[in-house]
Design a protein. Structure first.
Length: 488
């Protein structure tokens, strides 16, 4: 234990890089895709570290660097190297630390490299040495490899999908770290991977079987001898050996954590062929036909193949092309919102033209052109959101949101900033997978359209070759795996 811990006051660094990267997306993540925070701005990210909060009593939190990006394609190597180098430099200048809170997603990919979170944490470990405790709170769609769990002292992940507990998880990771620095001693970790790789849209904790499986995590955590329990679904749109489900149970009773890690792993495997999509699915045409025939309003459709919050390029124009060719959408009295498609050139031009102007543009299909190239659109500018860098273009009853940068539309206020009212719309078609909470509560009905893009839900069509085999669903008749946990 360091001198600061012995004196009763702890010093804990904060650092991390957080992004979810589809290796099947043609998008490339560059430095300007990241929001980088340092110093007081970084410390201000965490409400649970505000002055007067319990986790600040006797603890100096040392903000180093955190970089966060909207999910996208792989990070270019020089960008990762630059961010990691600054983290390492700041760590070296931070003085004696007792611990580091590593705030990362867990599904970052860097072109030409594998298991990059393990690489990042290995660099942190080299600088701080063997005695400093490292703790992380990850997305459950991250990947927990053997190398990564071996480098970390404490690890946990979200227990909800959609991720309504994201900040609770980060706080738990920080709380566990402080508790262990106070009590002394690293917990044991029981780790096991489960050879299943499924998209988040099939593993939502809103529905069974994930709902019951994740309910067991809280039961395990409450047991004597257990500090924390976690199940990682893994990330389905990257092609690395680490991409699969994993379980970690931490604590001081080796027998208990081993048994409970196996319990959770068995529960996941026992349900491996029972996971279903979180909503009824169909082709885009099928979903549109059903939505048009329905009286439920607003009726939501997920354009799932190019979901930017899963790593899609955000500019796949395939769905927009189909909508523009449908008189039932563009020439009827229905109000349809399409959110959104990224095209900086079109957005800039529409902003310059101003509200009320009519513009003729070629939109989308410039990053991910495989499903469909740029689409011709003539529409009236009905809204400009300068703060977000977005415009709304109306083609009859179809309102198309076009953005400067890749941006998800998950909350009502983002629509309202463009003068759009999704509650009053007939159809709302969103580049998303499962609906996030505000949209889910708003939707009178919804369907998940199986559309093309970098996060296509048809995993078997993508061409994985780097994952470990056998793996479900790639090998549907595979034998039951050995799910004996390893104590680390």
């Amino acid at each position: 234990m360091s001198s600061s811990a012995e004196s009763g006051r702890l010093r804990i660094g904060i650092a991390g890089i957080a992004i979810e990267s589809s290796t099947f997306s043609p998008h490339r993540t560059r430095l300007d895709d990241f929001h980088v925070t340092r110093g007081d701005e970084l410390l201000g990210r965490y409400d649970f570290l505000a002055p007067g909060k319990p986790l600040t009593e006797g603890v100096e939190w040392v903000p180093l660097l955190h970089a966060r990006a909207v999910p996208g394609g792989p990070v270019v190597p020089e960008v990762y190297d630059e961010l990691a180098a600054e983290i390492y430099e700041r760590l070296g200048q931070a003085g004696q630390l007792d611990g580091v809170f590593v705030d990362m997603h867990g599904a970052m990919s860097v072109i030409g490299r594998t298991d990059i979170e393990a690489d990042l944490v290995a660099g942190i470990r080299r600088i701080v040495g063997p005695d400093v405790l490292l703790s992380t709170g990850m997305d459950l769609h991250g990947n927990m490899s053997r190398e990564l769990i071996g480098l970390l002292d404490l690890a946990t992940c979200y227990r909800k999908a959609p991720h309504t507990d994201a900040w609770d998880t980060k706080e738990r990771a920080a709380r566990n770290l402080v508790a262990r620095l106070r009590s002394g001693g690293r917990p044991l970790k029981a780790w096991v991977q489960v050879p299943v790789l499924l998209p988040g849209e099939k593993t939502s904790t809103r529905i069974e079987p994930a709902k019951s499986i994740y309910a067991q995590v809280d039961e395990v955590e409450a047991m004597d001898g257990v500090l924390d329990a976690a199940i990682w679904v893994g990330y389905a749109w990257a092609d690395e050996p680490r991409c699969q489900a994993a379980v970690v149970v931490m604590g001081d009773d080796e027998q208990v954590i081993t048994a409970q890690a196996k319990r959770l792993a068995d529960a996941y495997w026992d349900a491996h062929d029972k996971f279903e999509f979180v909503a009824p699915t169909g082709t885009l045409a099928e979903c549109l036909d059903q939505a048009l025939a329905s009286t439920a309003r607003p009726f939501y459709i997920s354009d799932s193949g190019d979901n930017p919050t899963a790593g899609g390029a955000g500019d796949t124009s395939w769905t927009l092309d189909k909508l523009l060719r449908m008189p039932a959408i563009t020439e009827s009295e229905l109000t349809t919102i399409y959110a959104a498609i990224v095209d900086p050139e079109v957005t800039t031009g529409a902003m310059e033209a101003g509200v009320g102007a009519t513009v003729s543009v070629e939109v989308g299909g410039k990053i991910d052109s495989e499903p469909c190239g740029p689409v011709a659109l003539t529409g009236r500018v009905t809204g400009i959101d300068s703060a977000a860098g977005a415009v709304a273009l109306a083609v009859g009853g179809l309102h198309v949101i076009v953005t400067m940068r890749r941006k998800p539309y998950h909350i009502e206020s983002d629509f309202a900033a463009l003068g759009l009212a999704p509650r009053d719309a007939d159809l709302v078609i969103v580049k998303i997978g499962y609906l996030e909470p505000e949209l889910y509560a708003m939707a009178a009905d919804w369907l998940l359209a199986l559309t093309p893009g970098g996060v296509n839900q048809d995993l078997l069509s993508l061409g994985h070759h780097g994952i470990e085999r056998p793996m479900f669903p790639f090998d549907p008749d595979m034998p039951d795996p050995d799910l004996t946990p390893e104590i680390i």
